[in-house]
Structures are given as C-alpha cells and as structure tokens.
Write a protein that binds this ligand. Structure first.
Ligand code: ATP
Ligand code: MG
Length: 252
C-alpha cells in the first residue's frame, strides 16, 4: 500500500483567521490503508487542518489536493466527522434520518430514500450497535451514542478518505474499542483515515503515522519513532507523560 501515491497532500499550506495564523508551512502526505493521528495542544490547528482536508475551508496560502487535484470544496470521496462540540445537536432529526444523510453526497438532491437505502442505513447502525435507537431523535442520545451515529453515517459514505475530529473524546471504553475495530476494518479496505486526538496512548496503539502539530508540523513519523520526550515537549510544553511507556505501547 505504501508504494501507492498519497491520496491527500498539503503543499505549503497556511490558514489565517482574520490576521491570526492558525497553520503555516504544512506539507503532508496522507496514504491509503493508513491511520494518521493529528496531535497537538488546544489551538494547535488540528481541527483547522481537518477542515482544509475536508474542503470546508480554503487555505490562505498553498493548497490541499485530492489525488493531485486541488480541493475547491467538499469532495464526494472525503468523509468528515466533526468535533462533537461543533455540531448542532438540537436539529430535529431521527437517528435513521441522520444516518441516511451519509448517502446524500452520492445521489440527486430530491430523490427520496428507497427501501434499499434504509436497509443499508440500518445495517450501518447495526455495525455501531445503534439500530435499536433508529427512531429516536438525535438530541435525545448520549454523547457517545451520537458519536456512534456519526460513525454509521460516515460508513455509508464509503469514500477513500475518512477524517474524524476527536472521535475518542468523551466516549466510553467499549465505544472506543468499537471505533478502533471499525477504523481497522476500513483501513484494511484501503481507506485513508486521519483523526485528531489528545490521547497519545491511543495514537500510539492505533496510528501507523503521527503528526505533531503546533501551528506548524513539529514532527511526523511512526508513533514509536517520534514520541520522544524532547519532541513532545516542543509540541505540548510542560512535562506530558511517561514517554517510555508510550513507546512500549507503540512497539507492541
Ligand atoms: N472560526 C474561527 N475564527 C477565528 N479563529 C479561529 C476559528 N477557528 C479556529 N480559530 C483559531 O485557530 C487556532 C487553531 O484552532 P483549531 O480549532 O484548529 O485548534 P485545535 O488544535 O483543533 O484545538 P482543540 O484541541 O482545542 O480542538 C486557534 O487559535 C483558534 O482560536
Ligand atoms: Mg479541535
């Protein structure tokens, strides 16, 4: 897989909000069949980078490209799961309807969902063990359940790239394990997965490639190679964690 050309690339990418720089000098290659973790402190630019890769915000300088073509907006083959705090959960929609939106990118706008569409959506809900709540309103779910529904919706999209913003935050261990299983399954099918996280141990366990961000890229490589005390200090400041235990996790 690693000999394939990267599916997503960033070229001298920078993002400014008003006059403030959120990202600068980002050059990155995202590969198929690989899980890439984006790590960095609050405000490091993780969500901003994911939004650029999703085609949701244009870079101020440079470019993000999907298969060599510059992104100029959301792309049908790139699925984005936002940070939970970025979603308006009061939107009146059922779990099944929310899941069906995963099919919306690949069909004409006004065509109603068919019986087959609904069966496919129910299967995705089953995969994330949320089928029993298919008729519930999305705002009546717990945070971890909402995250599962977003995952089901992403599964329906079946794109080349899956971008997830802090998918492990605020979800219980069984949900985290289920998420890791699903990501591993998608990875084996050749999907490129990129997720943002604050959980270094989770990244050490699950990511093939880690990118340490703090406005720019501080380091990138396999978690085992780059989770070193000096690199983590440069990224996060302060004393973060026991690096040896992290590297053991990454090696296992
Ligand atoms: N819509 C916006 N308007 C203005 N500034 C923004 C906007 N979104 C993000 N920023 C700023 O850009 C910088 C990067 O923010 P971003 O949300 O990408 O960081 P993050 O790494 O995802 O942080 P967190 O870990 O808190 O989610 C921050 O300084 C933030 O204040
Ligand atoms: Mg963020």
């Amino acid at each position: 897989m690693s000999s394939l050309p990267p599916v997503l690339t960033c070229h001298n990418l920078a993002v400014h909000y008003d006059n403030r720089s959120a990202l600068r000098d980002v050059n990155l290659e995202i590969k198929r069949g690989q899980i890439t973790a984006l790590l960095g402190p609050n405000g490091a630019g993780k969500s901003t980078l994911l939004k650029v890769l999703a085609g949701m915000i244009p870079p101020s300088h440079g470019a993000a490209k999907f298969e060599g073509e510059e992104l100029s907006g959301p792309h049908a083959n790139i699925t984005y799961v936002p940070q939970r705090s970025d979603v308006d959960w009061t939107f009146p929609i059922s779990v099944l309807e929310c899941t069906l939106l995963g099919l919306a990118g690949s069909r004409s706008r006004w065509k109603p969902f068919s019986r087959h569409d609904k069966a496919v959506a129910m299967q995705a809900l089953k995969d994330v063990r949320m089928d029993h709540l298919a008729q519930a309103q999305i705002d009546a779910l717990s945070g971890g359940q909402q995250q599962r529904v977003f995952l089901a919706r992403a599964l329906l999209n079946n794109g080349d790239v899956l971008l997830l913003d802090e998918p492990f935050t605020g979800v219980d261990v069984p949900t985290q394990d289920m998420l890791v299983d699903l990501l591993t399954e998608l990875k084996s099918r050749g999907t490129a997965i990129v997720y943002a996280t604050h959980d270094l141990a989770q990244a050490a366990r699950t990511a093939d490639y880690a990118v340490l961000l703090n406005g720019d890229i501080v380091a990138e490589g396999s978690p085992h190679d780059i989770f070193q005390q000096d690199v983590l200090l440069r990224t996060f400041g302060g004393s973060v964690i026991s690096v040896e235990s992290l590297r053991e996790v990454a090696a296992s």
